[in-house]
Design a protein around this ligand. Structure first.
Ligand code: SF4
Length: 359
């Protein structure tokens, strides 16, 4: 039972992946290959697919990149979103090439007539459009020094475009309102959610490196997800995009919004710890990452690796099974109850075999 409820949003269909309306929060990422190099882009998308990415976005800086959309799509299994800035004609080409969704930036897409022309084509192709507002490309946002006014400015920009689309009788809309400041972003999403029920794509833009960006993205998105806001997420990291997907799933798993796969619980270690728990946990994580069958698990598995038998089983009582350390030994337990002993060098092997048996 979740401790919070999600907002009721409209459903949109992005190439077979449903976003909104209570669907699982979808995990997105974006390539950083040169889209003009379609082979390199396909290679990267395949890595993202393998990591569990459900929707992938590519930027289309020019016509040559847009003309690669069909070719790229032929080689991948997940929906492809075209990210368009400035030139609306590139967006038209992407639609012609069979893209699954468009992302336009109100800060630079230009005149209303251009947006209307795009919407007409998106409607014919039956693909959704994301209105992706970004504080960095809206000069007016920076006229304000307080977060609430900046948030209101982001929402104002989004609403202007939402209304253009609605006037065209087009409702397959997703919206994002990203800023690099958490308070501005969270307030903007909250304000928008009070006005319209279009599904929301969450993200903290320019979040930073793998370490600081992960913390900032998770801190920001957790605030919104906890409030029931958010239908799809993209963690933005200055890193290999595969890391974005891994981080997104860990965040959603920690909030109990997605629960496929294996969750590893481990204690922080202390003076009672008598095994090399740090090493064992990193070995276990590496094994879990290799277990391709994870996606097929019917029931999520919680595995606990604890440093001692004094507090270990109690602290991990929600785990399906786990091991708590003693002097050169580990007590194997199921649902908090001791059921056997395992030597520290065999912990990972034992747990992996138990997970496999559950499958
Ligand atoms: S489970 Fe045991 S070893 Fe780990 S932090 Fe708690 S008391 Fe320390």
């Amino acid at each position: 039972m979740k401790f919070y409820t999600r907002n009721e949003t409209r459903k949109i269909n992005v190439g077979g992946v449903v976003i909104g309306g209570g669907s699982p929060v979808a995990v997105q990422s974006m390539t950083n290959s040169d889209t003009r190099d379609w082979k390199a882009t396909v290679r990267q998308i395949k890595q993202l697919q393998e990591a569990g990415c459900e929707i992938v976005r590519v930027s289309l800086p020019d016509m040559q990149a847009a003309q690669n959309v069909r070719r790229i799509k032929k080689h991948i299994k997940i929906p492809l979103v075209a990210d368009i800035h400035f030139d609306w004609r590139i967006a038209l080409e992407a639609v012609k090439q069979g893209v699954d969704k468009l992302r336009i930036n109100p800060g630079n897409i230009g005149a209303k007539e251009r947006v209307e022309a795009l919407v007409k084509e998106a409607k014919k192709a039956r693909i959704p459009v994301r209105i992706g507002v970004n504080a960095g490309s809206l000069k007016s946002v920076h006229n304000f020094s307080d977060n609430l006014s900046r948030a209101a400015e982001l929402v104002k920009a989004a609403m202007q475009h939402v209304k253009i689309l609605e006037k065209c009788d087009f409702y397959d809309i997703a919206v994002s309102l990203k800023a690099s400041n958490i308070a501005t972003t969270a307030e903007a999403y909250k304000l928008f959610a009070s006005k319209r029920n279009y599904p929301l794509h969450l993200g903290i833009t320019e979040a930073g490196s793998i370490f600081s960006g992960t913390i900032k993205s998770c801190a920001g998105m957790a605030i919104m997800l906890y409030e029931g806001i958010g239908d799809t997420i993209r963690v933005s990291l200055t890193a290999d995009p595969v890391e974005e997907v891994k981080t997104a799933y860990s965040l959603l798993q920690s909030l109990e919004l997605r629960s496929s796969g294996i969750e590893i619980i481990s204690c922080p270690t202390c003076s009672r710890t008598e095994v090399d728990l740090i090493k064992i946990v990193s070995q276990m994580e590496a094994e879990v990452a290799k277990m391709k069958f994870l996606k097929k698990l019917k029931k999520p598995v919680k595995v606990a690796l604890m440093g001692c038998v004094v507090n270990g089983p109690g602290e991990a009582k929600d785990a399906d099974f786990g091991i708590a350390g003693g002097k050169n030994i580990g007590i194997l337990f199921k649902n908090g109850k001791a059921v056997g002993k395992v030597k520290p060098q065999d912990w990972v092997k034992k747990l992996v075999s138990l997970i496999k048996k559950m499958n």
